[in-house]
Design a protein around this ligand. Structure first.
Ligand code: ATP
Ligand code: MG
Ligand code: FE
Length: 391
């Protein structure tokens, strides 16, 4: 089954053609990172306007790269939530309109579920066309149920037990900031730009490499700034606002030399921190890199330990990572360390499929479409949509 996926929930415009939920024929993403970097984060009105400009060329390119005509497509799918209302509206409207005009089945996709299904995507080329029935059976390389999914993205941090396709049980979630959100905010304060996750990872790597070169351990680099962890014991919930605030205070100290405001009155204004951070980063202040390393470690530590505990309690065969923060190399390595001794399998999407893309939308759509699910033209955007948890 060939599915066209469309993604427009935030600041990425994506279109992809995917066979049987796994094999990529094309995957096109137009990112607005450079535009939003100027503001230190995504500006919703700007994002939706950019979506309108990008969507048609992106869809056309995806079809062309897949060498695929409209006749070849079996269905069309688009994200309907969660995300920014204005951005969602663009992709959903285009998806529904194309389905209507080309007389194809349509399916609206939950963006978070799609982040999970990125784990079904593969880098290898598509084999000769399979019957849908065969494709629906578990294939070698597919994640094994029951599994624990750690969803860590720009707006979500959740530990979810997945017993089967579509069977989601929420075990824990963040009580304040999402992991990605904390990374993005702290990056801004350190003057490292947007998006924060990759920037913090790069800086942390610099600090850790420097320590290794000096024959000191990576662990030591990560502990120069030992940041607080909110364990919230007895729950699988997270909280990242404490470590974020601790970072704000530390970042201020780390950039003392360039302090421009009144002594003893720490400002909470991001703009001011950002200016100081930028100066410090330009001057190559080593503290910024060590701060990044300590901060990343504090987040990775809590995510990895709690996910491992959930995997043990629910005796799952596999853990999967989903969402933009799953691209983090430090987290991937730490998860392997936690799970390998227990014989629990770990998988994560390849880097390009961790952050927002349309291939994952087409993949999630495939598993629903195969069960006969369809949406009508009345489907509307749902900016606050969550995973469909069992009660
Ligand atoms: P949601 O999926 O919850 O609606 P979103 O779509 O904005 O939110 P994603 O695109 O899944 O979020 O992920 C973006 C987040 O991933 C950003 O916060 C970004 O900083 C983070 N991120 C991207 N790459 C990395 C990395 N290498 N390490 C850590 N974080 C990363
Ligand atoms: Mg994004
Ligand atoms: Fe996302």
């Amino acid at each position: 089954m060939l599915v066209l996926g469309i993604e427009s929930s935030c600041d990425e415009t994506g279109a992809a053609v995917v066979r049987d939920g796994r094999y990529l024929l094309s995957n096109v993403v137009a990112s607005q990172i450079e535009i939003h970097n100027r503001y230190g984060g995504v500006v919703p009105e700007v994002a939706s306007r950019q979506q309108i400009a990008a969507i048609i060329p992106v869809v056309e390119t995806a079809l062309a790269q897949a060498s695929c005509s409209w006749d070849d497509l079996d269905a069309i799918s688009a994200t309907y939530g969660p995300g920014l209302a204005g951005s969602l509206l663009v992709g959903l409207t285009v998806g529904k309109t194309l389905a209507l005009a080309r007389n194809k089945p349509f399916l609206g996709v939950n963006h978070l579920e799609a982040h999970l299904y990125a784990n079904w995507l593969r880098d290898e080329p598509a084999p000769a066309e399979d019957a849908v029935e065969a494709a629906l059976r578990e294939q070698p390389g597919d994640p094994l149920f029951p599994l624990i999914c750690l969803v860590i993205s720009g707006a979500h941090s959740e530990i979810v037990l997945v017993r089967e396709h579509g069977d989601y049980q929420l075990l824990g979630r963040t009580r304040d900031d999402a992991a990605g959100e904390a990374l993005d905010k702290v990056s801004r304060v350190l003057g490292l730009g947007y998006p924060g996750g990759p920037a913090i990872q790069r800086m942390a790597q610099q600090a850790e490499d420097a320590y290794v070169e000096q024959k000191k351990s990576v662990k030591k680099a990560r502990n120069v700034y030992r940041l607080p962890r909110a364990w919230l014991r007895g729950t699988y919930d997270f909280s990242f606002s404490g470590v974020k605030t601790a970072m704000l205070h530390l970042a201020e100290g780390a950039t003392d030399a360039t302090r421009t405001h009144e002594e003893g009155k720490p400002s909470t204004q991001y703009t001011r921190y950002t200016r100081m951070g930028e100066q410090a980063a330009q001057a190559g202040a080593p503290d910024v890199a060590l701060l990044a390393s300590g901060f990343q470690e504090a987040i990775v530590d809590v995510l990895a330990v709690k996910t491992r505990m959930a995997a043990q309690e629910y005796q799952v065969k596999q853990v999967i990572l989903a969402g933009g923060v799953a691209a983090n190399l430090s987290l991937r390595a730490r998860m392997r360390q936690e799970l390998q001794p227990l014989g629990i399998r770990l998988s994560y999407p390849s880097i390009d499929f961790c952050t927002d893309n349309a291939a994952m939308i087409a993949s999630a759509a495939f598993f629903h479409l195969s069960l006969g699910e369809r949406h009508g033209m009345e489907l509307d955007v749902q900016p606050g949509l969550s995973l469909p948890f069992r009660k």
